[in-house]
Design a protein around this ligand. Structure first.
Ligand SMILES: Cc1cc2nc3c(=O)[nH]c(=O)nc-3n(C[C@H](O)[C@H](O)[C@H](O)COP(=O)(O)OP(=O)(O)OC[C@H]3O[C@@H](n4cnc5c(N)ncnc54)[C@H](O)[C@@H]3O)c2cc1C
Length: 410
């Protein structure tokens, strides 16, 4: 028997376990998946919890319920990969697992300790993240007693997962404070290391315009140097100081520490990966999916799905000794919640920035691109159903894997 070992049972690991269980011959292959947690969080739902639009329990399921019975699930922290020996060391009982093929799907996490003073006195008191379950639930509790003041929303450095989530947070906060009748008592600032609201020029212009329309001050090129929680001030290297009553931050995002400890990561512990085949640059029997890779695509669940289609095809080709296909084009497709029951949609890839027009989809579409609409809001909300019932079962989505120009206005 050969072993296909998957590290991480989040979005990418679960999706691939389902796809592999359907494709690999069970008489030849044993599939094993390892994760440190029993709970599978629907991370896109973290956005809605601070405003009470989702309850904490709305984003929680059990990992095992989405892993096929034929796949062995091991609950353990992963300590190290020894790629030259084709083995992985687990924290649980110092256990060692050998593999023939390895898939790394251990995602990315926030690291507030990378910013001086960030997690000193104010962490989860008046400094919050919404990228973790604990952070978003704590922020929701804080907002219940918040009746006005200065809210600074801060992005530390790129890349971050779901790069539009901070903007969505700003738009939803504007809507939430308006609904509560206290918007005129809340001053909002959006501090980003980028020179505009977003990375790509046309969407940066459209999204920056929306911040202005909603009365949210944009503080661009804000390269954070530290936080002084005794004075409630966040500073940048060029000497700017922003004072806050509440700071909502997206701290540095990094790959799992064991990736660095195994000599497999770049300086942020992301795995150098071929951006079209999704094979590790260094080890031919190691594959990488999702937020753990260093590919210059968005770190998003929708992207993980497009990557999974390339990966399953390439893994099956590789097993047969055939050449790999360079089919992953960086395709990303993200709904951007904008408040007041509306949303936007962007669709892009490595080569093409988000463009205006319409995104065709049979039966429920088309969805307007780079433009607010009610249907895009419903698209965003329906992603949760699709996540649990289609993506996490490894089933195909009604989208082309590669970005299409149909409906777009260049
Ligand atoms: C606030 C927020 C909003 C978002 N909104 C959207 C959205 O609207 N649309 C969208 O497409 N995407 C969105 N995303 C992004 C999306 O959730 C991620 O890109 C996706 O989940 C990445 O999948 P992954 O498999 O790479 O990593 P994950 O799903 O994070 O899985 C990684 C797994 O690895 C495990 N792991 C890590 N280290 C170890 C270790 N040492 N030992 C054992 N196990 C380990 C973890 O426990 C975890 O289960 C959002 C994310 C956030 C935080």
């Amino acid at each position: 028997m050969k072993t296909f070992l998957i590290l991480g049972a989040g979005t990418g690991g679960t999706m691939m376990a389902n796809k592999l269980a359907k494709k690999l011959n069970p008489d030849e292959w044993k599939i094993v998946i390892v994760d440190q947690e029993e709970t599978h969080y629907y991370q896109p739902g973290f956005l809605f919890i601070p405003f009470g639009y989702y309850k904490p329990e709305d984003v929680i399921k059990q990992k095992r319920a989405y892993i096929p019975r034929s796949v062995e699930f091991i609950l353990s922290k992963i300590e190290k990969i020894e790629p030259a020996e084709n083995r992985v060391i687990l924290a649980q009982g110092n256990r060692t697992l050998s593999y023939d093929y390895l898939l790394i799907a251990t995602g990315t996490d926030i690291h507030p300790e990378e910013i001086e003073g960030m997690n000193d006195g104010g962490w989860h008191k008046n400094i919050f993240d919404f990228y973790t379950y604990a952070g978003t639930v704590a922020l929701g509790e804080f907002f219940k007693g918040f009746n006005g003041g200065r809210l600074v929303l801060h992005v530390a450095e790129m890349p971050i997962k779901c790069p539009v989530a901070p903007l969505e947070f700003a738009f939803l906060a504007d809507y939430y404070f308006t609904q509560r009748g206290i918007r005129n008592k809340v001053e909002m600032v959006y501090a980003t290391p980028l020179s505009g609201a977003f990375t790509k020029p046309r969407s940066a212009e459209a999204l920056g315009g929306m911040l202005t329309k909603k009365g949210i001050h944009l503080e661009p090129d804000f390269d954070v140097s530290g936080v002084d929680s005794s004075r409630n001030v966040i500073s940048s290297y060029d000497g700017r100081e922003l004072n806050y009553d509440v700071l909502v931050t997206i701290p540095t995002n990094m790959g799992a520490p064991f990736i660095g400890d195994s000599g497999l990561g770049d300086d942020l512990n992301f795995v150098p990966t071929n951006k079209h085949t999704l094979q590790s640059d260094k080890w031919k029997n190691i594959w990488v999916i999702g937020d753990a890779t260093n590919v210059p695509a968005s770190k998003a669940g929708a992207v993980v799905h497009f990557e999974a289609d390339t990966l399953i095809e390439n893994i099956m080709l590789d097993i047969k000794g055939l050449p790999l296909k360079e089919s992953f084009d960086g395709h990303a497709n993200c709904f951007i919640e904008s408040g007041y029951g509306k949303g936007m949609l962007i669709d892009f890839n490595y080569e093409t920035e988000p463009l205006p027009g319409m995104f065709p989809l049979p039966i429920v579409g088309p969805f307007p691109l780079l433009k607010e609409s009610f249907i895009n809001h419903w698209g965003k909300l329906s992603f949760k159903w699709m996540y649990w019932n289609i993506l996490m079962r490894g089933l195909p989505m009604p989208f082309p894997d590669q970005m299409s120009m149909v409906g777009k206005r260049p």
